[in-house]
Structures are given as structure tokens and as C-alpha cells.
Design a protein around this ligand. Structure first.
Ligand SMILES: NC(=O)c1ccc[n+]([C@@H]2O[C@H](COP(=O)([O-])OP(=O)(O)OC[C@H]3O[C@@H](n4cnc5c(N)ncnc54)[C@H](OP(=O)(O)O)[C@@H]3O)[C@@H](O)[C@H]2O)c1
Length: 254
């Protein structure tokens, strides 16, 4: 049996991905930010093995989530899906003093990756916004504030994290998947794709035994590897990012 953890599974792409992985016969553990959201995630994926709970905008809560998740692991596959979108008209500092988009989209997946054993496969939900992102490896607050830019930067940094993990574990498919512009809360009602289409590539990369899905270190769109943002290939920049993440979390990456 393949056991999988899907973060941010109470709505949107995460919910659809979890539901499909259950249908695929996987043992799915869904994640929600609090107990009520975890219940919503469980209700949306009938047959899921269980749920785990924790906020990604708090290092302490993310640590509790990792402990909860470890109790239901180990995982063969992790889908890092949860994220905050660009709709923030000002910077918001978390209780840890980190800007919230950066914490949820970059620091939290790093911390979970550091605190959980490395699965056989990882799918990071990325975005083509990463191409307009800037590799702000200091993880500081963007000034002047621009929510779209902060989101783009966070998705570039997440892509760099994924490529670093792929470089460290060349035997495992660790990849970034851009789902397209999808009609979710984040994508909005005018987005091009229904959720079912947006979930296609992430689910395929999670389940397929085709050669592309068995390789790592790729930026995937429409089930195909496309050129990744150049910063993802820059080992020195990636190292600087990991150093900063170690400094912020006190945890080392496997
Ligand atoms: N939709 C698009 O067009 C699009 C395009 C490119 C990439 N993506 C990526 O696809 C992924 C899924 O996006 P989506 O469109 O499905 O977004 P969504 O509908 O806004 O769902 C985001 C999920 O993340 C969870 N989340 C956000 N902040 C959290 C926090 N602080 N603690 C715990 N959970 C938190 C949300 O929980 P709640 O439900 O409790 O709020 C929700 O389950 C993201 O990584 C996104 O960047 C989406």
C-alpha cells in the first residue's frame, strides 16, 4: 500500500488530489489547519485513512503537525499543496516574525520536509508565477509591498527547495508541478481550468510509472517537463536558501 500525506486538503486542488488518490487505492492522510478544517478534508475524501492538523503560519503549530503526521507515517509520497495566494494588500508578520506568504509557502514545507522522513516521491505544487519571482533567499519582508510579487517570489523559492531536495535524493522523483490557472479560491472564478483539470498533472506525477514521473528535479506542466526558472538550477543560491531556512527553523534538511 502507498501511504500519502496531502497538505491543504480541505478545499481546492488539495481536496481533489486527496479524493483521487483515495480512488487510486492509496492510503491518504489529509491535512487541515485546525480540527474543523481537517474534518472538512476528511468528509471531502471518503475512504481517507485519517487526518492531521496544524497551521502552516506558525513554526510551533507546524512542528505539532509534523509530530501528528509522523504518528500516521511513514509516507511513500507527500503532496505539498497548501499555500497562500497573492491577495494580501499589506505584509503580515506571523508570530515567528516571518512574512506570512513566505512562511506558509516556503518555510512550512521546508520544516515539514526536515521533520518527516524523506518519502519515495514528492510533488510540490508550484506555479508559473515562479518565472517572475526573485530569489530573495534572505526571506525578508518585500518592500515596497506587492502581494503578487511576494507570491511569485515564494513559488520560486519553493521550486529551489524542491530542486535542492531532488539533487540530494537523485533516486527519488521529487518534482514541482504547475497545475495551470485553476478555478479555486486562489485561482478565482475567471480561471481557465476546472479543478479536475488542474489536479490532473499533480495526480499523474504522484501515481504514474511513466519515465517522466519517475525522474526528479523537474518543473512539470501538462504532464511534461518544461524549463525551470534558472535560479532552481543554481546550487549556490539554493545553498544560501537552505542556510537561511536552517537559521529560521533550527532544523536541517535530509
Ligand atoms: N489555483 C490556481 O490557479 C493555481 C495556480 C498555480 C499554482 N497553484 C498552487 O496550487 C496549490 C493549491 O492551490 P489552490 O488553488 O487549491 O488554493 P486554495 O483553494 O486557496 O487552497 C489552499 C489550501 O491551503 C491551505 N492553507 C492556506 N494557508 C494555510 C495555513 N496557514 N495553514 C494550513 N493550511 C493552509 C488552505 O486551508 P483552508 O481551506 O483552511 O483555508 C487550503 O486547503 C497551491 O500551492 C497554489 O500555489 C494554484
Amino acid at each position: 500500500m502507498t501511504r500519502v500525506l496531502v497538505t491543504g486538503a480541505a478545499q481546492g486542488l488539495g481536496s481533489e488530489i486527496a479524493r483521487r488518490l483515495v480512488a487510486h487505492g492509496y492510503e491518504v492522510v489529509v491535512h487541515g489547519r485546525d480540527a474543523a478544517r481537517t474534518e472538512v478534508a476528511l468528509a471531502a475524501a471518503p475512504g481517507a485513512l485519517g487526518g492531521v492538523t496544524g497551521r502552516l503560519d506558525s513554526l510551533a503549530s507546524t512542528r505539532l503537525l509534523a509530530a501528528d503526521a509522523r504518528g500516521r507515517g511513514p509516507y511513500d509520497l507527500i503532496v505539498h499543496n497548501a499555500a497562500l495566494g497573492p491577495d494580501q494588500d499589506r505584509p503580515v508578520l506571523t508570530e515567528d516574525g516571518i512574512e506570512r506568504i513566505t512562511q506558509v509557502n516556503v518555510v512550512a514545507p521546508y520544516l515539514l520536509s526536515a521533520l518527516l522522513s524523506v518519502p519515495r516521491r514528492i510533488v510540490f505544487l508550484g506555479s508559473d508565477s515562479a518565472f517572475s519571482g526573485r530569489p530573495r533567499v534572505d526571506l525578508g519582508v518585500l518592500e515596497p509591498w506587492d502581494g503578487e510579487q511576494a507570491y511569485a517570489d515564494s513559488k520560486l523559492l519553493l521550486t529551489m527547495l524542491a530542486f535542492e531536495m531532488a539533487a540530494r535524493h537523485t533516486d527519488r522523483p521529487i518534482n514541482v508541478v504547475h497545475p495551470g490557472w485553476v478555478r479555486t479560491r486562489m485561482g478565482g472564478p475567471r480561471a481557465a481550468l476546472p479543478i479536475s483539470d488542474g489536479a490532473d498533472s499533480p495526480v499523474w506525477m504522484a501515481t504514474s510509472e511513466e519515465p517522466v514521473a519517475r525522474r526528479g528535479g523537474q518543473y512539470i506542466h501538462h504532464r511534461r517537463a518544461e524549463d525551470a526558472p534558472p535560479a532552481a538550477h543554481d546550487a549556490a543560491l539554493r545553498e544560501a536558501l537552505i542556510d537561511r531556512l536552517i537559521e529560521l527553523t533550527g532544523e536541517h534538511l535530509h
